[in-house]
Write a protein that binds this ligand. Sequence first.
Ligand SMILES: CC(C)(COP(=O)(O)OP(=O)(O)OC[C@H]1O[C@@H](n2cnc3c(N)ncnc32)[C@H](O)[C@@H]1OP(=O)(O)O)[C@@H](O)C(=O)NCCC(=O)NCCS
Length: 300
Amino acid sequence: MPFHLRPAQANDLPALQEVEKLSTPSLTYLPYVFEQFLRDPGGELSVAEDESGRLVGCGKFTRLPDGSAWLETLRVIPACQGQGIGKLFYQRFLDTARAQGVTTLRMYTGVENHTSRGLAERFGFTLAETLRGYRRPCPSEAPALAASGWHPLGTPASVAPILAAQRAAWGPFLVLNRTFYPLTSALAELAVQQGWAFQNADSGDFCILGARFMPQQALHLGLLSGDLDGCLIFALQQAYQRSVPTLICTLPASASAVQAALLRHGFQPEPADLIVMEAHFPEYVPQPSQRPRTGTAVST
Ligand SMILES: CC(C)(COP(=O)(O)OP(=O)(O)OC[C@H]1O[C@@H](n2cnc3c(N)ncnc32)[C@H](O)[C@@H]1OP(=O)(O)O)[C@@H](O)C(=O)NCCC(=O)NCCS
């Protein structure tokens, strides 16, 4: 095989930008997350090199708060696609999962990305959920209706039961920056740490609002519950106050009431749905001598 993988190094960024530009021209964020990915103790940013040492691909193994793995930023330049590099990355992801005792792995892709889906299926992944993205620009003026009574929730114990209850109503994942977080008590801790969890003291309405990275580019609505219009007015107000140009909400394709509310508030659907694929490897369960790493995601 004329390609090999290695951990990314600090001086790889210019070559990686080129890889990203060629392989996902409409989705380029590596420069914003590169340092964070490089420093992540929970999982490697890997690169693929050809025989001449040219970088031709990349992929990131990330641990989410619940201990599962999130496979992200997989890119192979078009000239080298179909030559087994994607499979090399998956094999490395699986080797890492086994070494870390991680038994659940997930990734997302566009519903029409048959190669990406087929590659995941080849390694035992199956469809977990279909999601739909909505976005709108930030309002240019302060929303006419002020949202009042909202405050950030300060303890995981106050957030965890809400997330647990939402697993049935909302679905198994909430999405920030196209990272699909399982709704678990571990996520409640991260949400509080990051200031993502908000509740309305008067109505009990709740939402997750924030960004895993690039907070200056978009405010992500991870989850809304209660009075949807009230939640959305609060979100619009937050985007306006934070001067964030775009609001994004990625939600289960089946959540029709929330989608109707998003349309009422000026959001538009993205052109293609997203799918999240998952694989379980119970045989990777850590041996008694190994302790799983439960670091929080740095983070897709
Ligand atoms: C998706 C991507 C990473 C795959 O990398 P690659 O190096 O071309 O993949 P490989 O050659 O290692 O593996 C190809 C495998 O994909 C699957 N595959 C390819 N085309 C397929 C298709 N049309 N339908 C179903 N499965 C397909 C097969 O399993 C194939 O392996 P096989 O030929 O041995 O059966 C690469 O195409 C890419 O970078 N695309 C643009 C960015 C992207 O889509 N990233 C993915 C996440 S968003």
